[in-house]
Design a protein around this ligand. Sequence first.
Ligand SMILES: [Zn+2]
Length: 69
Amino acid sequence: MMESKIIYEDLIITMSYERSGGHVCDACKGDILKLQEIFRIEETCKFFIHNYIIHRSCMNDFLKKHKNK
Ligand SMILES: [Zn+2]
């Protein structure tokens, strides 16, 4: 399975597939199922790193909320 990495402003975004399931999407709070397409997002702000996992389809919502912070 291919993984690709994108740098977007202060975010490092990796597209991949959820391997195990059991996570909840940080955008819609819905379950992330095994082998679903996801984005793993590292937010490299000032002093610490936030990690997020979101559905691929939730990316636009996530970025909108991120910009409005
Ligand atoms: Zn979602």
